[in-house]
Design a protein around this ligand. Structure first.
Ligand code: NAP
Length: 248
């Protein structure tokens, strides 16, 4: 029996990296997968075709996670197309790194809106469906940086810390309705983005991690499968670090 058979999931920002790995693992575990992308249109279309090979229903939607009305339209479309929504993964996120001295208002607003407001947008839009069916698993992708802070990432760290406060508040508000809310805090995960970095710098980061390697998107996706499934039915309000022991 697959862990997510019969469940429908919505994953934001699944055209690349961690979101894409979550979409694949969910489909492997039998979930029907709705996902979003924004600029990577071709990758989004390709993912839809790949996922359907697992004999599940999959559909990509082009939707800006930072837009409140777009999130409402997205969730309405997903519920109309799939008939239900059981799992919501808020993964879409960006960085605009610089020291606070150089961080302008636009850099602050953009990161807060795409990383944090997006989580409010989709959770708010999904609430009616979750409440009606008296179940739901919300998984928000934060970061170890949201726990620890990071020089040069004040906007990103604030957005990720905000996600943790929001996740815990939702768990407290909606636990009595059997709606669970958890966060995953990845450490250093090697994606297309980190491939661009200098190999010597990246090796230095790997050496500083107790498990002596960077994480893979699949490491985060395995944790998401667990939190989405009934295997975690008594877990809510938690932040699970997937960081190889980095922040210990
Ligand atoms: P990534 O490879 O850059 O992928 C980001 C995804 O978010 C893409 O699919 C992108 O879609 C989507 N996205 C960006 N802005 C969007 C918007 N406004 N609306 C909808 N989708 C949007 O990033 P990643 O490394 O996989 O990271 C995924 C999540 O994990 C992020 O929340 C990130 O903060 C978090 N995280 C990553 C790491 C790491 O080491 N990689 C560590 C800790 C936490 P398009 O390309 O279509 O625009």
């Amino acid at each position: 029996m697959k862990l997510l058979s019969g469940k429908t999931a919505l994953i934001t920002g699944a055209s690349r990296g961690i979101g894409r790995a979550i979409a694949h693992k969910f489909a492997e575990q039998g979930a029907n997968v709705a996902f979003t992308y924004l600029s990577s249109v071709e990758k989004g279309k390709a993912l839809e075709a790949e996922l359907t090979q697992h004999n599940i229903k999959a559909k990509g939607y082009r939707s800006d996670a930072s837009e409140f009305t777009a999130a409402e339209e997205l969730v309405n479309s997903v519920v109309a197309d799939f008939g239900t929504l059981d799992i919501l993964v808020n993964n879409a996120g960006i960085t605009q790194d610089t020291l606070l001295m150089r961080m302008n208002e636009e850099m602050w607003d953009k990161v807060i809106n795409i990383n944090l407001k997006s989580v409010y947008n989709t959770v708010k839009a999904s609430l009616r469906t979750f409440l009606k069916q008296k179940s739901g698993s919300i998984i928000n992708i934060t970061s170890v940086v949201g726990i620890k802070g990071n020089a040069g990432q004040a906007n990103y760290a604030a957005s990720k810390a905000g996600i943790i406060g929001f996740t815990k508040s939702v768990a407290l508000e909606l636990g009595s309705r059997n709606i669970r809310s958890n966060a995953i805090a990845p450490g250093f995960i090697e994606t297309e983005m980190t491939d661009q970095l200098d190999e010597k710098t990246v090796q230095g980061w790997r050496d500083a991690i107790p498990l002596k390697r960077g994480g893979k998107p699949e490491d985060v996706a395995d944790c998401a499968v667990f939190l989405a499934s009934d295997m975690s039915s008594y877990i809510s309000g938690q932040v699970l670090q997937v960081d190889g022991g980095m922040l210990t």
